[in-house]
Design a protein around this ligand. Structure first.
Ligand code: CO
Length: 296
């Protein structure tokens, strides 16, 4: 996988980033106490399409101790309360992805929000071709700990490949040994998470987001599963939401595809001690002497 992009590819990354920035700002305004999570996610995804992009993954609206990967289900009646909401959006143009997140805080913890935002700003300020990802992780942790919080150690930023939301390299949010040197033209998402808990997440049993395991899977024999898989193949290996498909016995069919090893779920990730989590994320193009934020 070549993660170094040509001029034409970078144009598509930038276009995806511009759409994302507009969708993020407009969707953030919809996140208020009493608003429906399902309507909010649908609003964001429809707006992406109407602006000429495609969702690179379902709109994530993880709340409070949930750090990532919550998107509403088809019949979800959940409304926002006085929550710390992580709005995480992905947009792609022809497979070239922009990924960005912000925290909409209805819970009145401004310093926790500020900690992840400041961690992201510190990373963006230091990125340039030739920097080691270990230096970025160290700077993010230093910044977040100045606010008295911890980064989430087992969540990282990542490269963005064509139709690939989590390409190498991973960008740590803590100091690490080794690391990877970033090169000019590389597109990466930086995403610090801050918490007043232990600074680790674990999988839950909940999942509404899935992805195809391989791009050209064998088609199942059962007609219902076969028909669904044919629709899923359109998303390549990008994450998709169960609610994007409306048909009878959808839960049964999803379980069937999952058991066959054709699709995999992304479980909701929650902080191990149940503490609040904030997040900030931008996608950047690495340049010789700095970086260009595509989702600013
Ligand atoms: Co990301």
């Amino acid at each position: 996988m070549n993660n170094h992009h040509t001029h034409e590819e970078l144009k598509k990354h930038r276009q995806a980033g511009r759409i994302l920035a507009e969708v993020r700002e407009k969707t953030a305004k919809k996140i208020v106490v009493g608003a429906s999570t399902l309507e909010t996610a649908t609003f964001a995804e429809d707006l992406i399409r109407s602006l000429g992009g495609q969702p690179a993954f379902p709109c994530n609206l993880s709340r409070n101790e949930d750090a990532a990967h919550y998107t509403p289900g088809a019949d979800d009646t959940l409304v926002f309360g006085e929550d710390m909401v992580k709005l995480d959006i992905g947009v792609h143009i022809d497979g070239y992805i922009a990924d960005s997140a912000m925290t909409v805080d209805l819970s009145d913890h401004p310093e926790l929000v500020e900690a992840s935002t400041a961690g992201l700003a510190a990373a963006i300020n230091m990125i340039h071709a030739g920097i080691n990802t270990a230096e970025i992780g160290a700077a993010i942790e230093r910044e977040i700990s100045e606010f008295g919080y911890k980064p989430i150690a087992n969540l990282t930023g990542h490269g963005l490949g064509r139709y690939l939301t989590h390409a190498p390299p991973s960008i740590p949010n803590i100091p690490i040994r080794g690391g990877t040197v970033l090169v000019e033209g590389q597109v990466v998402a930086i995403e610090p998470f801050a918490t007043d808990g232990a600074g680790r997440i674990r999988d839950t049993q909940r999942s509404e987001i899935y992805h195809l395991v391989t791009e050209n899977p064998p088609l199942p024999r059962i007609p219902r599963a076969r028909a669904l898989l044919k629709e899923i193949i359109e998303y390549r290996t990008l994450p998709f939401a169960k609610r994007w498909f409306s048909r009878e016995k959808i839960d049964f069919t999803f379980r069937n595809l999952e058991k066959s090893g054709l699709i995999e779920s992304y479980p909701v990730l929650t902080e191990v001690t149940g503490a609040l989590v904030s997040q900030a994320e931008h996608t950047v193009i690495v340049t010789a002497d700095g970086c260009e934020v595509t989702t600013g």
